[in-house]
Design a protein around this ligand. Structure first.
Ligand code: MN
Ligand code: MN
Length: 472
């Protein structure tokens, strides 16, 4: 088969001889961000603090004070402690459209169930319910941490973080020993470990007399009360997430990659955030919308299927003094959006999953994924040729390395993103994100070059003065 010369069509970022140090420096900031932000709540709080430090005012506060917004003004809105929007007001009216980058803060994980704690055979365990699409067998026999919040009946909040500090204990899901896995290893991989097997070990010391039932469980409750002042009932109003313990690490002998939990999608979040923080007084209003719940289908008040974007835009229009009855509709319809979500990188260990000419490679920059979805493009957005033409022009003009990507071989599976939910407003949307190896594994792999190049692509997108008029 003779195919397009991929190397010539989509140059490697590392071939640009100057700028390697910038790439390495940028990834240091990203690793620190990942280590601070293991959950959507931690990410939302951290980013809100970063934005405030960079001069973003609270949008609700501006409204409460009777303030207005003018070109160049910067505001942020935090919703449900899990979703966040940053805006920089443009010179043009909002109804001319905004430049919107949308990414998600949530990642696959194990959630602690509302009634989790039990004792069996002298060990205390907690029941979990996995969140998002994960390979269950990958979550056994590795160090895990617990992050989250317990909200007390009086509204007091207890932040929980166990397993990250060097001297902190970690948590653990056990697996059948290899010695006894003759039957297990004959099962399909998806059934080797099931959802109800993902119970985390949390204790083995009895409170008082050993041999008495329930003493180990009681001791765990005592420890939780001592450390956090909580009782068993308080799990009912808690969101506790089990994630891989430990820090993001450089990967490869040349340290060109990063192995970490939660690249999907905090890698695009970070790249887009750094681009957004550069924006000063753009022609078109810029927005960075960071949503939650993408990994479970985007339902919920903090997810993209909610009216979040609509409500925020209405609030922004009010503050910008644009109040015509159709202003909200026109603002959303004329928006240009990048759905900044990770895409699949071609894997030489598992080439069978990928169509080589239409799969993104590590190190060639962010990928424009015209469509994700399943089988015959089911549930995909399928971005328009006109919009892709505009973006090629923007990226090429900025000297950005970019490539194309798809979600693997046609009949192998696929994936969804938030793009279709934004497209429902009539706006132009395309997926434009960073390629990953081992997506949804406890440790995913990304190229440092791609993180930096995505940041450059997003920055070019935010500040371009091009609009769709020349393309339609
Ligand atoms: Mn994603
Ligand atoms: Mn995902």
């Amino acid at each position: 088969m003779i195919q397009c010369d991929w190397e010539a069509a989509y140059p490697l970022v590392w071939d640009r001889k100057d700028g390697h140090q910038e790439i390495m420096n940028f990834s240091e900031g990203y690793k620190a961000f990942l280590n601070q932000c293991k959950t959507e709540r931690e990410a939302a709080a951290h980013i809100a603090a970063m934005a405030k430090a960079a001069g973003y005012a609270d949008m609700d506060g501006v409204r409460a004070a009777g303030g207005t917004l003018r070109p160049g003004d910067r505001v942020l809105a935090l919703r449900h402690n899990k979703a966040l929007a940053l805006f920089v007001c443009g010179e043009a009216p909002l109804t001319d459209g905004m430049h919107l980058i949308c990414a998600h803060l949530d990642s696959p994980r194990l959630d602690i169930r509302p009634n989790p704690l039990y004792e069996a055979d002298g060990l205390a365990l907690m029941k979990t319910h996995y969140y998002g699409g994960l390979k269950k067998y990958q979550w056994a026999a590795l160090p895990l941490a617990m992050h989250g919040v317990i909200v007390m009946k009086d509204g007091a909040r207890v932040a929980v973080s166990i397993g990250e500090a060097e001297d902190d204990p970690v948590l653990y899901v056990s697996d059948l020993p290899k010695h006894l896995s003759a039957q297990q290893s004959k099962q399909p991989m998806g059934e080797g470990i099931n959802g109800e097997d993902l119970n985390i070990l949390v204790g083995s010391i009895p409170l008082e007399k050993s041999g008495e039932q329930g003493q180990v469980r009681k001791n765990v409750l005592r420890l939780l009360h001592e450390r956090y002042g909580v009782t068993e009932k308080d799990f009912t109003s808690a969101e506790l997430e089990i994630v891989p313990a430990g820090k993001a690490r450089d990967a490869g002998l040349d340290a060109s990659m990063i192995a970490a939990y939660g690249h999907d999608d905090r890698i695009c979040v970070y790249a887009a955030l750094q681009a957004m923080l550069l924006v000063r007084r753009p022609r078109y209003t810029c927005c960075l919308l960071l949503v939650d719940k993408e990994e479970v289908g985007s339902q919920g008040a903090s997810g993209m299927k909610s009216r979040l974007m609509e409500n925020l835009t209405a609030g922004l229009l009010e503050l910008m003094g644009e109040q015509s009855p159709t202003a909200l509709r026109r603002s959303l319809e004329h928006a240009l959006m990048l759905s900044a979500d990770v895409t699949l990188a071609y894997d030489p260990n598992h080439p069978e999953g990928f169509e080589p000419a239409n799969t993104a490679r590590l190190g060639r920059g962010p990928a424009l994924t015209k469509y994700a979805g399943h089988l015959g493009k089911k549930d995909c957005n399928d971005a328009s040729a006109e919009y892709l033409a505009l973006l090629r022009d923007v990226f090429d003009d900025a000297g950005v390395c970019w490539q194309t990507g798809e979600f693997g071989k046609i009949d192998f599976g696929g994936g969804g993103t938030i793009a279709p939910f934004a497209a429902a407003y009539g706006m132009q949307v395309v997926d434009c994100g960073i390629p990953l190896l081992s997506m949804h594994a406890p440790y995913e792999l990304a190229s440092k070059a791609d993180i930096y190049e995505a940041y450059r692509a997003y920055a070019a997108f935010y500040t371009t003065t091009r609009n769709m008029e020349n393309y339609l």
